[in-house]
Structures are given as structure tokens and as C-alpha cells.
Design a protein around this ligand. Structure first.
Ligand SMILES: CC(C)(COP(=O)(O)OP(=O)(O)OC[C@H]1O[C@@H](n2cnc3c(N)ncnc32)[C@H](O)[C@@H]1OP(=O)(O)O)[C@@H](O)C(=O)NCCC(=O)NCCS
Length: 233
């Protein structure tokens, strides 16, 4: 797992194709039940691998053992929280403890995560995408604001794909901070600037996290300081 520290934020990426062996037993029963609903074995293993990765990532931040963490997810839509299988991720070192601010995104065999390691950040979000995935008919209508669509007029590929992937990852990272996900339409989010409705957004170079070229990533966070960045290896 390669990690970079940006002030109060820790960002990591990991490939999910390691065999799961019996490690799935480290997960909560609700996670195993959700895994059993996937029709494709590849999707199931990516889900399980991502949940194992984020649990280890959270345990590292909390200086706790992964198996002992308490699952503390929350969903703004159905207003559930605690040991639920979906929504904004959270883990705490003990029941009733303060959950670590954390977020995850999978793309292909990759999983990227961000966590707040200082007290000043109240929510975080991350998104990573295979950049080529934004090249589909109707993307601009579904994802972009009118201002973003007009700023793309006259820009040709490969720059146009780069800009679309950049806007898309910023929007998804921002929507994860809000906790709405795509229940809020991305075409209502203006993502050209690095501050979206008071939430800071930072573009990440996935190659710095050990990922191959062809991916785009962004992190969003609600507060906290960005003093320096440091590669942790
Ligand atoms: C969040 C969302 C945009 C991510 O979609 P994606 O690009 O396909 O997937 P990513 O790999 O980038 O991110 C998936 C992760 O986002 C996180 N996530 C899901 N919902 C979230 C939310 N409301 N807020 C913050 N993070 C969320 C989870 O960690 C999830 O990982 P998991 O699959 O292990 O649970 C999408 O899942 C979504 O819109 N979810 C909300 C839907 C919802 O609320 N439905 C109602 C349920 S009652």
C-alpha cells in the first residue's frame, strides 16, 4: 500500500487482486451478507478486498487491530447508522467511540482511500476513476453544469477527456463529503474551482500512489490544514 500525507490527510491506494483466503472472516456479518448479493465473483471480491483494505487503513490511523474495529457507517438517505452495509464509511476503536473520518473509492483493480489523521477535518471524500470511462455519449448532460459544458467547447481530446475526468472525480469526492453520493445530481455541482460550496477539493496524481497512468483522482475535505505533502512509501 503506497501512501501520501497531505497535512491532516492520509491518502493510500492498494491493488485488490490479492487472494482473499480466509481474511473475509475479519469483516462484519452485514458486510459478508452484502458480498453474497453480488452476481459476479470479481465484483464480490473487489467489494470484500476494499472493505478489508479500508478496515486496515482505519486501524492504522486508530492504532488498533483491524478485527477489533467497530463498524460505524451512516446513510443520509435511509437515516441508518452503525453496523450497516452501505453509506459513508466510519470505523471506531470502541463502541460509542469517535469514528475516524475516512472514504474509499474503487476503480478496476484499484482501491484508493483517504482518512483524516488530525482533529480539524470533519468529513472526507475520495474518488478515483479510469479516465477513459468518462468517454460516453450523454456524459456532459448528466454530469456537467452549463458553465462547465461551455468551458469545454473547442477543447479536443486528449485534453477534453482529462478535464471531464478531473471534474467528475472532484464532484464525486465532494458528494461523498456531503454524504449524499449521487442522490444529488452531479450536474448541480460546480467543480471548476478548488473550493466547492465551502468544501476544499484537491486533485491527486494516482501515480504518486503507485497506480499506473490512465487514472484520475480527487480528494475533498471539509476543513483541516494543508501544510505540506510527504510521500510515506
Ligand atoms: C457514493 C457513490 C457516488 C459511489 O459510487 P461509485 O463511484 O460507483 O463507487 P466508488 O468505488 O467510488 O465508491 C464506493 C464507496 O463510496 C462510499 N459511499 C457510499 N455511499 C456514500 C455516501 N452516501 N456518502 C459517502 N460515501 C459513500 C462507500 O465507502 C462505498 O464503498 P462500499 O462499496 O464498500 O460501500 C454511489 O455509491 C452513491 O451515490 N451512493 C449513494 C446511494 C444511496 O444513498 N442510496 C440509498 C441507500 S438507502
Amino acid at each position: 500500500m503506497a501512501s501520501i500525507r497531505f497535512g491532516d490527510l492520509l491518502v493510500s491506494a492498494v491493488r485488490l487482486d490479492d487472494p482473499l483466503d480466509d481474511r473475509a472472516s475479519e469483516l462484519h456479518p452485514v458486510e459478508l451478507r452484502r458480498a453474497a448479493t453480488f452476481a459476479s465473483g470479481w465484483d464480490r471480491d473487489r467489494f470484500l478486498g476494499g472493505r478489508l483494505a479500508i478496515r486496515s487503513f482505519a486501524a492504522n490511523i486508530l492504532s488498533a487491530a483491524p478485527r477489533e474495529l467497530v463498524l460505524d457507517y451512516s446513510c443520509r438517505n435511509c437515516r441508518s447508522s452503525g453496523s450497516i452495509d452501505h453509506g459513508r464509511p466510519g470505523y471506531s476503536a470502541r463502541r460509542g467511540g469517535e469514528p475516524v473520518r475516512i472514504s474509499l473509492s474503487r476503480s478496476g483493480p484499484w482501491c484508493a482511500m483517504v482518512g483524516a489523521v488530525g482533529p480539524g477535518t470533519t468529513a472526507v471524500g475520495i474518488d478515483v476513476e479510469n479516465s477513459a470511462r468518462v468517454r460516453f455519449a450523454g456524459f456532459d448532460d448528466v454530469v456537467l453544469t452549463a458553465a462547465e459544458r461551455s468551458s469545454l467547447a473547442g477543447i479536443a481530446d486528449p485534453e477534453a477527456t482529462r478535464v471531464r475526468a478531473r471534474l467528475w472525480t472532484r464532484k464525486e469526492a465532494f458528494l461523498k463529503v456531503l454524504g449524499t453520493g449521487l442522490l444529488r445530481e452531479p450536474s448541480t455541482v460546480e467543480a471548476s474551482a478548488r473550493n466547492i460550496e465551502g468544501i476544499e477539493v484537491m486533485d491527486i496524481d494516482p501515480r504518486e500512489l503507485g497506480m499506473p497512468s490512465g487514472y484520475t483522482a480527487a480528494v475533498a475535505f471539509s476543513a483541516g490544514s494543508l501544510i505540506e505533502s510527504r510521500r510515506l512509501g
